[in-house]
Design a protein around this ligand. Structure first.
Ligand SMILES: O=c1[nH]cnc2c1ncn2[C@@H]1O[C@H](COP(=O)(O)OP(=O)(O)O)[C@@H](O)[C@H]1O
Length: 399
């Protein structure tokens, strides 16, 4: 984000260190990142020296009926900024908040009221509040920025690199896929024009395939599978799924609402039925680019990573490399175990997932995207799997 960095020019006697504060307002949590930068020379980009991170659950959208609580969340997180940034630097340290799928899923008015509260908390803080401080980021930008970050961090954007890697990001409310097509045909055969975005970085223009599926993040799609998305009568209804063990019964929260969920005590549970249930949710929605039928390298993160760790198939620190077909194999194993030994451990209850603090945060995924989509559908409802090979980098989150 261009506005994250203050102007590179500075008075000669000014400190070489400066700070920037970024809030990621996701559908399942709000996170603060406090970045410390060191000015390079006048011609060079600043260097990232440190990052302080903290997060709070649930996300802002859970407070759609009490927006002042959203302000409270941000106020709490700002304490981290106050502790990290020296007092003398507060007034030149900018604050930004970008909201993702949680707010995109709300009506414009409810989202506006939440952002208004955040803006108010920013305005009364001692920090710098630029004009575009608080907003909802659209899905295209979310996908593109993730692609740039991953390719930058893996060295694929340097002058000598011939190729790039794709990204798969599974959030709570939306999921993004972004890659640089090898074939012209991929760009020409997209279902609608907004699957393509041009982006300029260091003298190169990249024409990317990118799409954000709103409502197909892990949590939102799980609700859709249960038939609970947008349903009435949450106080008395129990949403059943064959993706859950027959005797399983619990409460589950997302976006400020609590749902009663259970297996189907009179029906059947297991891989095949669950697969069919989930397929209904994604069929006809997910576009499958033809060129991804060949082998491709993708970096998958967010809930792809978390679930892989929870399933015990990649290391929470090292990450891992998987082939897409490994998802399917593991999903079958887990489902069969689940039907024999209910209730199974992978379905998050009471709104909080089994989460592992990790210094890595992504997996390399190689194989066919078509299979990836099929597999992704199978894992909803808590059944999934991965196999691991080697480790790879980046980031922590201790939600
Ligand atoms: O800074 C981060 N580093 C690594 N993972 C993150 C970070 N921020 C969010 N995540 C991951 O994103 C997922 C939640 O997505 P989120 O709540 O942002 O949904 P959304 O993008 O659909 O709004 C979780 O798996 C969480 O671990």
């Amino acid at each position: 984000m261009g506005g994250l960095l203050p102007s590179l020019s500075r008075p000669a006697n000014h400190s070489r260190i400066f700070y920037s504060v970024m809030f990621d307002a996701g559908s399942t949590g709000t996170r603060i990142h406090v970045y410390t930068f060191i000015h390079g020379g006048s011609e060079e980009l600043p260097v990232l020296d440190n990052e302080m991170f903290h997060s709070i659950k649930p996300g802002l959208s859970a407070y759609a009926d009490s927006p002042e609580m959203a302000g409270h969340t941000v106020r709490m997180l700002l304490k981290v900024a106050k502790k990290t940034v020296p007092r003398l630097e507060w007034k030149r340290t900018p604050l930004f908040l970008r909201a993702t799928a949680g707010l995109r899923l709300l009506s414009a008015e409810r989202a506006r009221l939440l952002l208004e509260q955040v803006q108010h908390v920013f305005d009364e803080s001692p920090f710098l509040v630029p004009d575009d401080s608080v907003s909802i980021m659209n899905g295209t930008n979310e996908g593109i920025l993730a692609w740039i970050s991953v390719n930058y961090l893996t060295g694929h954007l340097n002058a000598h690199s011939e190729r790039t890697v794709g990204i798969l990001d599974l959030g709570g409310g939306s999921t993004q896929i972004t890659f640089l097509p090898k074939l012209r045909k991929t760009i020409e055969s997209v279902p609608v024009a907004d699957y393509v975005a041009k982006y300029d970085i260091s003298n190169s223009t990249f024409e990317l395939y990118t799409y954000s599926y709103l409502g197909n993040g892990l949590m939102a799609a799980r609700l859709a599978t249960l038939g609970a998305l947008g349903a009435e009568g949450l106080e008395w209804r129990v949403f059943k799924s064959s993706c859950l063990p027959k005797k399983f019964r619990d409460e589950w929260s997302f976006g400020g609402l609590t749902y009663r969920v259970s297996g189907d005590p009179d029906g059947l549970a297991g891989y095949k039925l669950c697969y069919q249930e989930v397929l209904k949710v994604v069929k006809g929605i997910i576009h499958q680019p033809h060129e991804l039928q060949d082998s491709n390298v993708f970096y998958a993160f967010s809930y792809y990573f978390d679930r892989a760790v929870d399933a015990g198939l990649i290391d929470g620190v090292q990450g891992g490399t998987l082939e897409v077909r490994d998802f399917k194999k593991r999903a079958k194993e887990v489902c069969n175990k689940m039907t024999k030994h209910p209730p199974h451990p992978f379905f998050p209850v009471h709104g909080h997932d089994l989460h592992h603090l990790s210094a890595q945060g992504w997996i390399r995924l190689q194989g066919e995207h078509r299979a990836a989509v099929d597999q992704e559908s199978e894992q909803r409802g808590g059944q999934l799997g991965f196999r691991r090979h080697v480790g790879s980098p980046p980031r922590p989150e201790d939600l």
